[in-house]
Design a protein around this ligand. Structure first.
Ligand SMILES: Nc1ncnc2c1ncn2[C@@H]1O[C@H](COP(=O)(O)OP(=O)(O)OP(=O)(O)O)[C@@H](O)[C@H]1O
Length: 535
């Protein structure tokens, strides 16, 4: 099954799970909503019984209603658990989708994804999931209670319904306003989050250039702006709630006044009015709450858009690289390759590599070396020409046979063993062997393998980190090694060691470097100068 099919299958099963729970939520919410009529009926009947001095039936009434309350509370408990469960499923799905979309499309800014995972999903939970669940409940309560109210007195019941809708004008008035303030806050928080991440990542640069205070001020300003916009967003909701509540009070008073009139003309008992009054509140309040939740949902449009933007990022096919059957022992051939971003920066580069060949491509800083490596790995679009790999070399994914040794080695928090295997399984003998091969002999024992490298792996020197990366690649028997300036920044001794390891790599090597000393350069089978292609 392809990755895409697997994602589609997973999405389908999530939708089914959520739909099933929503149905259960509607059922148990419906039972819980009976709460809206149980108390009014009980109090109304008790009032009428007591006024008629029927105390024994009053006690039976109390027992029956106790059982009703137990039913309602049990149903409420199940309803709450189902709501929490839906939240869990959706949160997990959104978070994993966000990570997956970054895997497919690493050009997305990581800060955007982090912000989505840390902030947007929480907002999604509060503003959308909770609102939908509460909206279902409120509608159920309003409908059930309304039937009850109409049954007591149709005219009065319908009046309550009509008056209950007075506050419904509020969302239409406030909709655009609320949506704009949510959007403003979202953008402002994203700015704050981006700059805070940069502050932590670049802390030492900022400190050593004595700009800590300036950056702190900048962060404070961004924080102020974000908090002000957050306040404004909440304040706008409060304004809308205030207007709703005023209209709600008006509708309550009007309907009560009408109820008093019906009692005065003998069409209603005092107990029925009491039931009606209490129940009416359970019609109008859920209507008001439904309006507020609808408000919340309407103002969440930017939130839904930002979720869609992040999770709908599909994997883009980049270059249509086809495996090729070469007649000789060629493993790679580039014809008239143009490399770059919007425009080509390297034009008409052509070369081929035969199995085991060691090729040096050299070029000044910024000429496009990393761009060539990324394009050869199918991570960037080839702007012209063709790249062909032999059948033995080309696989899907492309990384199966092709490895990269770059200037920076990422070390993860964990043991040396974890850093070599990255979660995959390799026999200990192979691991120890590659550590010997790359000259990390002092780490080639089981104790050292279980040594924790810690954050940033400060325990390793630059040369050691590069050797560790090579050990990772050797462990995986890569057939083609792309080197992206791995010799830069090494001291003389490490330079020589890493150079020898590259040259003795048991496969084909394309070493793309900025500055290789002539004595070393002549040891490669072929040297290509990039300058002539960077016109
Ligand atoms: N994502 C991008 N979008 C547009 N231009 C980019 C992008 N990444 C890099 N560039 C530009 O492309 C050019 C080549 O960059 P590249 O990183 O490939 O150079 P390089 O030769 O590897 O540099 P260095 O030796 O300094 O590492 C540079 O001018 C760079 O500014």
């Amino acid at each position: 099954m392809t990755n895409k099919q697997e994602i589609q299958r997973e999405n389908k099963s999530i939708k089914k799970m959520v739909a099933f729970r929503l149905i259960l939520i509607a059922i148990f919410g419906g039972i819980t909503a009976l709460d809206g009529i149980i108390s009014p009926i009980l109090i109304g009947k008790l009032m009428d019984n007591i006024s008629k001095k029927e105390f024994s039936t009053s006690f039976i009434l109390l027992v029956v209603f106790l059982l009703c309350f137990v039913l309602v509370n049990t149903s409420f408990w199940i309803w709450r658990l189902l709501s929490l469960n839906i939240r869990k499923i959706i949160n997990k799905w959104l978070r994993s989708q966000a990570v997956a979309s970054y895997n497919n499309h690493p050009q997305l800014q990581s800060s955007k994804i982090l912000n989505f995972i840390n902030v947007t999903i929480k907002q999604f939970e509060n503003q959308i999931i909770d609102s939908v669940i509460m909206l279902i409940y409120c509608i159920e309560q309003a409908v059930i209670t309304l039937f009850f109210v109409i049954k007591i007195n149709p005219i009065l019941g319908l009046t309550y319904l009509i008056l209950g809708f007075i506050p419904a004008v509020v969302p239409f008035v406030f909709k655009k306003w609320l949506s704009k303030s949510t959007d403003r806050w979202n953008k402002s928080y994203q700015r704050y989050s981006l700059h805070t991440t940069e502050y932590f990542n670049g802390f030492y640069t900022i400190k050593r250039f004595e700009s800590l205070l300036i950056f702190k001020d900048k962060l404070n300003n961004l924080l102020n702006d974000s908090e002000n916009k957050y306040y404004q967003m909440d304040a706008d909701k409060e304004h809308s709630r205030f207007v709703s509540n005023l209209l709600y009070s008006l509708s309550t008073i009007l309907s009560l006044g009408l109820g008093v009139y019906f009692v005065s003309i003998g069409q209603l008992t005092a107990g029925a009015l009491m039931s009606l009054y209490l129940a009416a509140d359970r019609v109008t309040s859920p209507i008001i709450s439904s309006i507020q939740f609808t408000n919340q949902l309407l103002s969440s449009r930017p939130l839904i858009d930002s979720c869609q933007k992040i999770i709908s990022t599909k994997e883009k096919p980049i270059n249509n690289i086809e495996p090729q059957k070469f007649r000789d022992d060629t493993v790679l051939k580039i014809d008239d390759g143009s490399f770059g971003y919007d425009k080509a920066i390297i034009h008409n580069l052509s070369f081929s590599a035969s199995s085991g060949e060691k090729i040096l491509i050299s070029g000044r800083s910024g000429i496009g070396k990393t761009t060539i490596v990324k394009t050869m790995l199918n991570e960037l679009k080839l702007l012209g020409g063709t790249i062909k790999y032999s059948k033995e070399l080309y696989a899907k994914p492309i990384y199966d046979n092709i490895g990269v040794l770059a200037q920076e080695t990422t070390i993860f928090t964990g043991t040396l063993l974890f850093n070599l295997c990255l979660g995959q399984n390799y026999p200990t003998t192979s691991i120890l062997q590659v550590l010997h091969e790359v000259g990390l002999t002092k780490f080639a024992n089981e104790n050292a393998l279980n040594m924790s490298l810690g954050e940033g792996a400060n325990a390793l020197s630059g040369g050691e980190k590069r050797k560790l990366e090579l050990a990772r690649l050797l462990l995986r028997n890569k057939k083609l090694l792309l080197v992206d300036e791995a010799l830069s920044g090494l001291d003389k001794e490490s330079y020589g060691q890493v150079f020898n390891l590259i040259l003795n790599f048991p496969g084909t090597v394309i070493d793309i470097e900025h500055n290789v000393q002539p004595a070393f350069a002549k040891k490669y089978d072929k040297v290509i100068e990039l300058d002539q292609y960077a016109l």
